[in-house]
Design a protein around this ligand. Structure first.
Ligand SMILES: [Ca+2]
Length: 134
């Protein structure tokens, strides 16, 4: 490689790094959204989000301010992430959220949502703050 081509290659690398940096969100994930949950029962589904898998961030769902209608109060919620595909959706696994943050690893590109699979105690869940990162 002569000097001129080497300089061009370095310029391309620098440009790619800058683009990656500018595209990053403050959460250092390619995307995130925040919302809340009001009186969900098992089977309730979150909004959909599109993960383009342009980074290696683990998909996570963070809860704070959790309550449920059972006699012993909120203990935990089972959350299942689904990949929305043609035909039966692809089960990415269930995590137990105890009003903290749970993650599913670096998922492939696709459209995703989570479903409330179970709640203890009681059967109705509310969460003041829900943040999903991907
Ligand atoms: Ca990602």
């Amino acid at each position: 490689m002569n000097v001129k081509n080497r300089r061009m290659a370095q310029g391309l690398v620098t440009g790619a790094v800058l683009l990656g940096f500018v595209g990053a969100t403050p959460a250092y994930a390619e995307g995130s959204w925040s919302s809340y949950i009001s009186s969900w029962t098992p089977g309730s589904e979150s909004r959909r989000w599109v993960d383009n898998n342009t980074d290696s961030v683990s998909t996570s769902v963070s809860f704070s301010g959790c309550s449920s209608d059972g006699g012993t109060g909120f203990r935990q919620a089972g959350l299942k992430v689904w990949k929305d595909v043609l035909g039966p959706d692809d089960d990415k696994g269930t995590r137990t959220n105890t009003c903290n943050s749970v993650s599913w690893g670096d998922l492939a590109s696709g459209e995703y949502y989570f479903e409330l699979w179970s709640v203890t105690s009681g059967g109705v869940l509310s969460v003041n703050s829900v943040t999903t990162r991907y």
